[in-house]
Design a protein around this ligand. Sequence first.
Ligand code: HEC
Ligand code: HEC
Ligand code: HEC
Ligand code: HEC
Ligand code: HEC
Length: 409
Amino acid sequence: MNKKQVVVGADGRGRWDQDRSMLAALSIVTPTAKTCLRCHQHNFGGDIFIDELDSLFMQSQWNLGDTRPRIAHPGSKRGTPYSPTWDVHAAQNMACIECHTTQGHFIAKGTHTTTMMANDLPDVEVKCEKCHSAEPHEDDPELADLYNMHTGRIACVTCHIPTLQADNATMRDFDSPLFEEHPGIYVYDDLEKGVDAERGIMYRWWNGDGTFLGNPIGDNPNGRNLYSFYKPEHVWPEYQDFDYEGWYERVMRPIAKQKPSKLYAMKRFNGKQHIDLANISPFGGMYVPYNLPTYYTTGDPDQAAAREMEKSMMEMMYGKLFKFYLMDKFMSFMGADGWNADVYEDVKALKNVEARWIPMDASLEVSHAIRREGSLTCTDCHSPDGVLDWKELGYSDADIEMYQQNPLE
Ligand code: HEC
Ligand code: HEC
Ligand code: HEC
Ligand code: HEC
Ligand code: HEC
């Protein structure tokens, strides 16, 4: 980054130029998985993840005398490493762009999402069935047909991502940072980590769309209207009396039914972070960004929030102009009447801000850490103490009794 500089183009506008050093030019190759992992490892396996089979697989590791030292944040949001031990495709040395096909420098993301990231190629699918068939099982003569019978209702990742890497975070508290001896800074406190269906993995019906707070939209295709994808666990005091169920039936169920859903494995995540209390709704509110140098060095999130608001950009982002241009509309998505533009002055004065969990845990899409060994098999699901909560998933009592029996007996 420090080789890049601002240049003025023919159109008179400034932009970031490339690193034009000889070293950079000589390094140009078709990107391998390691290239992409320099950034994406942060959320897949996490900064301190080391693959057991190949400790060099992840190049940005801080402890290998790397020339690009980075802060070794503990915890990753997804816990799905793309590395030989954890992913069958990484073990075959497949590059990311074999699945995430490219057009020029655009990288396909796929058509499904639970996040708000940019999508270079919104119409290009990235999916298992581009290489495998929709009925891919044949090796096991007894069970292959039975696995194939499920692929119309159950996504491949549901069986093929049975667990997560242990350093994944499910409940991340930004409000009570801890001092980390090694880098010598304050970092958030990961209160909880979950590797399996206890707390980390959640099973959700999903039609490929999401709310922008990370809730996968979907419904059980059985049409019984017993499943709800929105059931807040951390309701805010202002909305104790809000009729979440009525809202769901009125607003969300029709949307959830618009496209067919499959059952997906997903990753739980929530963060406790400063919220501007002048801009809240039943579903969440406006996050206040932290000034990272202040946060890391002082471990004082209040001061970090106040300091960030001193930046001139914040006045633009949170001020009157943005209110009309974007923020009123943004708040209306959350069911609030409009944007209160006082936030900028308020936060600077530490007025009306408070750290809170988002009312409902996010369920993040997971697509890597695909394994063959350990994949979910019959009794992992069809048993009274299996990984699926059949009731939550919207099955009737009679169905539940049937589905919980061991189908092989
Ligand atoms: C310099 C860091 C960096 C590198 C290297 C990098 N990415 Fe990214 N990538 C990002 C960031 C940051 C985002 C989120 C962009 C946004 O906010 O919209 C992203 C977004 C994505 C997304 C969309 C994610 C989503 O949830 O919608 C995909 C897919 C992706 N990158 C794939 C790749 C692939 C494949 C490579 C290697 C060819 C790669 N990236 C290399 C930083 C990087
Ligand atoms: C075997 C195929 C495959 C490979 C290899 C692969 N991905 Fe993916 N990736 C997927 C699929 C499938 C999705 C989900 C697409 C969708 O939902 O539309 C996905 C989604 C993503 C997302 C969105 C967030 C998430 O975790 O679901 C990112 C970011 C991403 N991939 C980056 C990468 C990077 C970086 C690499 C290489 C280190 C990589 N992928 C390798 C198949 C692959
Ligand atoms: C770009 C093509 C491509 C995509 C997309 C792809 N795979 Fe694969 N997959 C492969 C290749 C190649 C292999 C390794 C060859 C083999 O072992 O059969 C493989 C191997 C596997 C294996 C192990 C097979 C074995 O015999 O050990 C599983 C399981 C698997 N893939 C599941 C998935 C899932 C789930 C997805 C979607 C998230 C997916 N694949 C997406 C190409 C792909
Ligand atoms: C109901 C659970 C389940 C679903 C859904 C599922 N798989 Fe599998 N799959 C398994 C299990 C379990 C194995 C391991 C069988 C073994 O190794 O004996 C397996 C094995 C495989 C293999 C190895 C080859 C073979 O003949 O067994 C591939 C490839 C594969 N799955 C791909 C996929 C893809 C692609 C999808 C989605 C279209 C998918 N699977 C959906 C459970 C499932
Ligand atoms: C990921 C969890 C999961 C795994 C693993 C799994 N099943 Fe299922 N199975 C389900 C779900 C969910 C349904 C209900 C689908 C629906 O709503 O139609 C189901 C349905 C069935 C049905 C009823 C089919 C019908 O048409 O009503 C049978 C029989 C069955 N599974 C047998 C098996 C066998 C045998 C295995 C192992 C080879 C297996 N299942 C593995 C989740 C699973």
